[in-house]
Write a protein that binds this ligand. Structure first.
Ligand code: ATP
Ligand code: MG
Length: 284
């Protein structure tokens, strides 16, 4: 009996070791691959830019160049996602935080997505007029990934609704589509690295990185994320970010500012006192 338990534990440990080693090999492979892809892509991009300036007349060439440019962008994004995925997994991504206007970010994301995905109608309801502290670039990536998925997985429906809301503790953003939806049994694994729902792999291209990147960035902001979905009806992906830390920081900033005003006021008083004394003393 005791022997069996010991054997089970050592077998489990061996399995775990294999899993860790396989993951490490996969990451190393991805690192090499993305590095090797970057170099030729830089050259292709440079040649494309030259061609764009040279080709001025023939309209059909412009159409071809635009197509090429679209595919270059796709490749660039794919490589960037590969690099981000391995870096996030290795805990090597550090947020660059600053205070910024979150409402502006939402509006920017929606208008650039609308330009790229012209077949969908993307509406923004309640853009949350609020400033927060966070990594603007990374949060833009989160919203971009959710909108990209919403577009990709709703080929038969036009509308997308982005909503913002906030209460005393959190701000919340949701991205709703009316597309293919997701089975309950798949929901729990959606945010895993490289996970894709079986039946989507044939119809839709992708690597299963977008939602993993979303989840890791939101976790780094101490936020939460989730999805409500129904097969055939559509999905609503959402994330929330805490405001508490933000409020405390804002109050700290206010305190520092009032202290500065007070300090400059008192130093002016000291200076004027000195001046008064200086001029009054001769009369004394
Ligand atoms: N809005 C959505 N509607 C239906 N299914 C979705 C939606 N968003 C994600 N999924 C499912 O979750 C899986 C994981 O999504 P994720 O964004 O991580 O990867 P991907 O879109 O397949 O590829 P990538 O984002 O790397 O290009 C998808 O393959 C798809 O099956
Ligand atoms: Mg995706």
């Amino acid at each position: 009996m005791g022997y069996t338990i010991l054997e089970d534990i050592s077998e489990r440990k061996a399995n775990e070791r294999v899993k860790v080693e396989t993951a490490a090999q996969k990451d190393e492979f991805i690192n090499i691959l993305s590095h090797e892809l970057k170099t030729p892509l830089t050259t292709i991009k440079a040649v494309h830019q030259i061609l764009e300036t040279v080709v001025t007349e023939e309209k059909s060439y412009h159409v071809l160049l635009r197509k090429a440019s679209h595919h270059i962008e796709r490749l660039e994004r794919l490589i960037a996602d590969l690099v981000d995925t391995t870096k996030l997994y290795a805990g090597q991504v550090v947020l660059t935080t600053a205070r910024f206007n979150f409402s502006q970010l939402l509006q920017d994301c929606v208008s650039s997505a609308q330009m790229i995905h012209s077949k969908h109608v993307i509406s923004l309801e309640n853009p949350i007029n609020i400033r927060i502290t966070g990594d603007r670039f990374r949060l833009e990536q989160v919203i971009g990934n959710l909108i990209d998925n919403a577009v990709k997985y709703s080929p038969g429906a036009k509308a997308l609704i982005i909503k913002g809301s906030f209460d005393q503790k959190n701000i919340k953003v949701s991205v709703q589509d009316f597309g293919i939806g997701i089975d309950d049994k798949n929901i729990a694994r959606l945010f895993e690295r490289f996970y894709r729902v079986d039946h989507t792999t044939v119809r839709f291209s992708g690597m299963g990185m977008g939602l993993y990147i979303v989840s890791e960035i939101i976790k780094k902001h101490a936020g939460q994320f989730g999805v409500d979905s129904e097969i055939g009806k559509g999905s609503t992906f959402w994330f929330s970010l805490p405001r508490m830390a933000d409020d405390e920081k804002a109050q700290d900033e206010k305190k520092i500012e009032s202290y500065r005003i007070l300090e400059s006021f008192s130093s002016r008083c000291i200076l004027s006192n000195w001046d008064c004394n200086h001029f009054e003393q001769p009369h004394a």
